[in-house]
Design a protein around this ligand. Structure first.
Ligand code: RNT
Ligand code: ZN
Length: 418
């Protein structure tokens, strides 16, 4: 039997198994088709960017590994992303950081960046059917230090306020150009390596800086704010903690970004979805895989990712949740890293779409908790993979592990020659 026929037959059987539990497989496939994932640009080049200032690295983020083939310029980032999207189904987004501007080899400091530095990206994205999201970049710069927007030194603080304001203007220009809101994420590393006696003071400064940054109203962009637990060399205190941004987001109606690596490892990020939905306008996700700490490993189909997807689907909140990825592994083939991470995220959502929710809720409403637990367990081994294979087949992307040789070919032909 041809592979195609095997996939088609398995799909027909799977469809019936699901139908018996009241699950509409075609509806699940439609949802998955519409799920747009924001591909972070920074897995292509280990978060280096194109500034000529000399990226300082550090500031709490770092890619580890020295696998050959890192993208070194805009053309290479574009080529790599074009390759990635040939191995994933659906229409997706592309998440740029401010340090990836087209600065034409000139020194453009972060308080000088303009929409024109991103025109090339906008045109390219349009051509490729991608929508762009954006991030301000406060790390890896001579003025990054331990404190940026929360810095008591007005000149440093103002520099970063100006940078972030410009990022919002750039995001608005992108959103207008692509006729779809550009989601701009604000993450800063601000914190302290050792004990501080000024927790309140720095948070008060950060709140004021944010108010100043967000004073201008824009039509074509949306703001989100990302917390973190700690950074390397900033272990004792993080100004922008989850409590801080949750409070700020609820007060000022800003989108809170949940990075799955930014919480205590036994804390459930999935559990936060329903609370955020009640008090903040939307949610931005940075799906990642923390291994022992915020290590930014490639996303895999693990229980945390599946549970996160399930909570979004159970809350019927797909139209209020933006799904972005945030991992950077420099120790493996970077194109392969993207493909594995995106496909894993899609599989997690597919499992969530295929959950026999109506039956589970009936059990719960009746107080039938053994039955609820039993069906939750059985649902794990329902033939979702047959639906996944069918989804790939229909979208003309590789079924199963067939993308491995395709990624290897690109490595042979392109990245190994860098
Ligand atoms: C850092 C945050 C942040 C960055 C990117 C590069 O811990 O997760 O989102 O990873 O902005
Ligand atoms: Zn993140």
């Amino acid at each position: 039997m041809s592979k195609e026929n095997m996939v088609l037959q398995a799909f027909e059987i799977a469809k019936e198994r699901y139908a018996a539990l009241g699950v509409d497989v075609n509806a699940a496939l439609n949802h998955l088709q519409q799920l747009s994932i924001s591909l972070h640009c920074w897995q292509t080049d280990d978060v280096v960017g194109f500034e000529t200032l000399g990226n300082q690295g550090g500031s709490g983020i770092q890619a580890t590994g020295n696998y050959p083939g890192r993208a070194r310029n805009m053309q290479e980032v574009k080529a790599d992303i074009e390759e990635v999207i040939t191995h994933i189904a659906g229409k997706h987004r592309f998440n740029l950081h401010a340090i990836y501007g087209d600065f034409g080899g000139k020194t453009v400091d972060r308080d000088q960046i303009l929409p024109e530095h991103f025109t090339g990206w906008m045109e390219w994205a349009k051509e490729k059917g991608l929508k762009i999201d954006f991030n301000s970049s406060s790390f890896g710069h001579p003025k990054s230090g331990d404190l940026t927007l929360a810095n008591p030194d007005k000149s440093i603080r103002d520099f970063w306020i100006e940078h972030t304001k410009r990022c919002r203007a750039i995001s608005d220009a992108i959103g207008k150009y692509q006729d779809d809101p550009c989601i701009m994420n604000l993450w800063i590393h601000d914190g302290s390596k050792d004990l501080t006696v000024n927790r309140y003071k720095y948070r008060q400064i950060l709140e004021k800086s944010l108010d100043e940054i967000f004073a201008a109203e824009y039509k074509h962009m949306k703001d989100c704010i990302e917390s973190k637990l700690f950074g390397i060399a900033l272990e004792s205190y993080t100004v922008g903690s989850h409590d801080f941004y949750l409070g700020y987001g609820a007060k000022r109606q800003k989108i809170v970004t949940l990075d799955t690596g930014h919480f205590h490892l036994t804390e459930s990020v999935a559990d936060k979805i329903s609370s955020l939905l009640l008090f903040t306008p939307e949610i931005m996700l940075h799906v990642s895989r923390p291994v022992r700490w915020d290590s930014d490993h490639v996303v895999t189909l693990n229980e945390d990712t599946i549970e996160l997807a399930r909570e979004i689907v159970r809350a019927d909140a797909l139209n209020r949740v933006h799904v972005g990825l945030d991992f950077f592994d420099a120790s493996i083939n970077r194109i392969g890293a993207y493909v594995v991470g995106v496909r894993a995220t899609q599989k997690a959502f597919l499992q969530a779409f295929l959950e026999p929710l109506a039956a589970l809720r009936r059990y719960e409403d009746n107080g039938q908790y053994f039955e609820r637990l039993a069906l939750l367990e059985e649902a794990k081994s329902l033939p979702w993979a047959a639906v996944w294979d069918y989804f790939c087949l229909k979208n003309e992307v590789e079924v199963g592990a067939d993308f491995i040789p395709a990624v290897q070919k690109y490595e042979r032909d392109v990245t190994s020659k860098r």
